[in-house]
Write a protein that binds this ligand. Structure first.
Ligand SMILES: [Zn+2]
Length: 84
């Protein structure tokens, strides 16, 4: 099976991490941190803000800030939420 990533923050998805739709079914695309009950937690968030939000988590997994920023800047524009 192909590894899925949250289409908002780019986090690798696990079964327990899927967000929920209004009717309680699981979202196919977004994680629970970004998407709950059919809505984004922060609907007005920009991609730049999302990148800033994600950096500390990436640092926790051993990356330095520059590396994390680079990855996010490459990855996020390809995700469904940010694609124009
Ligand atoms: Zn997410």
């Amino acid at each position: 099976m192909k590894q899925k990533y949250c289409q908002s923050c780019g986090m690798p998805m696990e079964d327990s991490l899927y967000g929920t739709e209004k009717d309680g079914t699981k979202s196919d695309d977004y994680c629970i941190y970004c998407y709950k009950d059919g809505e984004f937690g922060n609907p007005n968030e920009t991609m730049e803000e999302m990148i800033e939000t994600c950096i500390p988590f990436m640092k926790e997994s051993g990356m330095d800030e520059k590396q994390a920023k680079e990855i996010l800047n490459n990855q996020l524009p390809q995700l469904k939420r940010w694609k124009k």
